[in-house]
Design a binder for this molecule. Structure first.
Ligand code: ATP
Ligand code: MG
Length: 159
């Protein structure tokens, strides 16, 4: 199992360097003694993709938050939620249903120069589903975006 606090703390340090280049504040809120059964490389890829997007699609001087919580769902199963939210450009309502599709980018003008391929979120969704988790998004244009990944604390079978 992954020790959530040390794992995410070192990952956030890496991302802080990237965020600092745009003077973006990166705020983390992570529980101390929590262990999550997950594949470390895949978990890292999920979080780095979401954090990279948050930094890419947020103006200089903005803010990105990375919040981890554990909870019980309605059936009493232990879950971990990871929320990555930003004060960035937001995603138009009409595009929200499509952003997890391969190669989908909201529009060429806004993402030109960021050099992406439009694969990041499709990979994130695939990796989340490998862990039997879910991902959801809320966004408001010019206000910001928030992605929430919900993963079972324990996996029922090998990944
Ligand atoms: P890649 O991740 O492959 O380098 P990408 O970032 O364009 O390229 P995705 O990560 O799949 O691709 O994201 C798809 C699109 O969703 C982006 O092009 C962008 O328009 C939009 N998007 C993703 N995250 C955010 C965000 N935090 N704020 C605003 N728009 C976003
Ligand atoms: Mg991306």
């Amino acid at each position: 199992p992954v020790h959530v606090s040390s794992f995410f703390a070192s990952m956030l340090e890496t991302m802080r360097t990237v965020a600092q280049k745009k003077r973006i504040t990166l705020h983390g809120d992570i529980p101390d003694e929590l262990f999550l059964e997950a594949d470390e490389d895949k978990l890292r890829q999920i979080c780095i993709n979401l954090l990279s997007n948050a930094v890419s699609y947020t103006q200089d001087g903005g803010r990105v938050e990375f919040i981890v919580r554990d909870k019980l769902d309605e059936e009493g199963n232990e879950k971990v939620t990871i929320t990555v939210s930003d004060t960035g450009i937001g995603i138009p309502r009409k595009d929200l249903p499509r952003i997890f599709e391969r190669f989908y980018r909201v529009d060429k003008a806004r993402s030109r120069g960021s050099g992406g391929t439009g694969l990041g979120l499709s990979i994130v969704k695939h990796l989340v589903e490998l862990h039997h988790g879910t991902i959801s998004v809320e966004s408001e244009l010019s206000i910001g975006t928030s992605f929430t990944v919900e993963l079972p604390l324990m996996q029922e079978s090998e990944m």
